[in-house]
Design a protein around this ligand. Structure first.
Ligand SMILES: N[C@@H](CCC(=O)N[C@@H](CS)C(=O)NCC(=O)O)C(=O)O
Length: 184
């Protein structure tokens, strides 16, 4: 069975959310990060960087949440059936984990970046329920989890962006979200 390594409050929840959405069986290997289990030799064999999440799928090892999402989307999610579709998914995952994450979570960037990044997202969510159209995709897992974490952890207020607020609320009502990110 696929193994997902993570801490109790870590980005492993993003990967876990997607696994729940697509109904892949997995074992969550909970590392005691407070005591540094992620820095011990056993785990460093899986991710030499000592970061979570990581997965082990058969003989295959992968780390970095964005790379894991892409892998799962292609292998199990039946997403990304053309180069263009895969590239668009890639675009949103990289955007979420770099541009959006640093814009939302680095306080020094927030004031400058939020007024640039949020209005285009607001417009998109007034036109369609999810990033790629009518259906939730792995792009929503990546972007939606950053927006949800911004609301939960960094107390970012999306009141001026009602379509984003509604998007995050809709995601948060999904059973797979509640079992994972919403349960931490
Ligand atoms: N860009 C990486 C970030 C990984 C990361 O920083 N994970 C944190 C937990 S959320 C971690 O492992 N921290 C432990 C440490 O730095 O010692 C990803 O998305 O997977």
């Amino acid at each position: 069975m696929l193994k997902l390594y993570g801490g109790s409050r870590s980005r492993a929840s993003i990967v876990q959310w997607y696994l729940e959405e697509i109904g892949v069986e997995y074992q969550f290997v909970l590392l005691d990060m407070a005591s540094g289990e992620h820095l011990k030799p056993d785990y460093l064999k899986i991710n030499p960087m000592g970061k979570v999440p990581a997965i082990v799928d058969g003989d295959f090892i992968l780390w970095e949440s964005g790379a894991i999402l892409l892998y799962l989307a292609e292998k199990y999610g039946k997403e990304g059936d053309s180069l263009e579709k895969r590239s668009i998914i890639n675009q949103w995952i990289l955007f979420a984990n770099s541009t959006l994450a640093t814009g939302l979570f680095l306080e020094a960037n927030r004031e400058r970046e939020m007024p640039r990044l949020l209005p285009p997202l607001e417009k998109m969510f007034t036109e369609k329920p999810f990033l790629l159209g009518d259906k939730l995709s792995v792009a929503d897992i990546a972007v939606g989890s950053m927006l949800a974490y911004a609301q939960i952890l960094a107390k970012v207020d999306f009141s001026s962006y009602p379509a984003i607020k509604d998007y995050v609320n809709r995601l948060a009502q999904r059973p797979a979200f509640q079992k994972t990110i919403g349960n931490r």
